[in-house]
Design a binder for this molecule. Sequence first.
Ligand code: BYC
Length: 334
Amino acid sequence: MTLTAPDASARRDDQRGLTEAEVAEAQAAFDAIIEADQRIEPRDWMPDAYRKTLIRQISQHAHSEIIGMQPEGNWISRAPSLKRKAILMAKVQDEAGHGLYLYSAAQTLGISRDEMTEQLIESRARYSSIFNYPTPTWADMGAIGWLVDGAAICNQVPLCRASYGPYGRAMVRICKEESFHQRQGFEILLELSNGTEAQHRMAQEAVNRWYWPSLMMFGPPDDESPNSAQSMAWKIKRFTNDELRQRFVGMLVPQVEVLGLTLPDPNLRWNEQRGEWDMSEIDWTEFNEVLAGRGPANAQRIQHRRDAHESGAWVREAAAAYAQKQAARERRAA
Ligand code: BYC
């Protein structure tokens, strides 16, 4: 059974107005769609908890893209050549686009863009831990592209098959662009690694700084991930946090050799018996501190986002006034 509704608030009312038998029927239809690996669309009935989980994950993801523009934006005016500057600007612009697709996908679930923005600037919403680290050298642009976008691809390719249609479709385009981002980061590091001794050192130091935080991007270990089991049952997530982390490390090992660099983990080796990478224990205390808002750049990132929101108020007001004028003109013409 598919219930249709003209807008999100009506859809919620519909849901509340259903009889118990109708809810049971709608739940069975929803379960069948998930079981058949088909997609739930915005107008379909869905359990409240599914809607909430999606709003949580998609809005966090959107916020990450928007906050993620800051560490790299920091280097646009200081890129070492015109070509590098143009590439970096295009990449940062892509992140803004990703944020917009994702906010739009979340809006189909009945939350407004204003609500999501408010949650972010009032520090009531999460964004990825990775963007709370500083970018002191040009090599950080390489490390972010290679490691952060690399981890993002690893995590996001399976999300292209997420059971919620608008999210999965947004991810397809995002992943294509992330692949380009990852390649440009790899290329920056390759050039630095093969450059002067100081450049090689700068590349290695950036990899050393970003490696562990990039592994934390996949989230807490499986036995401490409260959302994974349900998200996998709903086919939003297709792999666990640890599975994806393992896959990512496996991807990095041959690439770091090509780069002529090393990964900063003396215990990293393939364990034939377990069919897994053995690695040192991740510093989950650091991860929890960053999540609690006490990372190296949390305060700066949020302050910057708040300032941008305030200084952009006139643009929102002008756009709203223009939309009102247009609507009035259309009404008169009708
Ligand atoms: N950072 O039960 P769990 C990008 C939270 S953007 C912060 O495993 P779940 C890019 C988690 O939210 C990259 N918080 O959760 C942009 C949960 O808290 P709540 C962003 C984290 O959702 C610009 C709690 O910990 N990518 O690539 O099943 C430039 C327990 O975790 C983190 C996405 O957002 C973290 N790292 O799994 C360059 C991908 N990890 O909400 C690049 C989409 C966990 O219960 N999101 N938490 O209070 C996902 O795939 C999943 O949400 C996660 C977490 C794997 C991140």
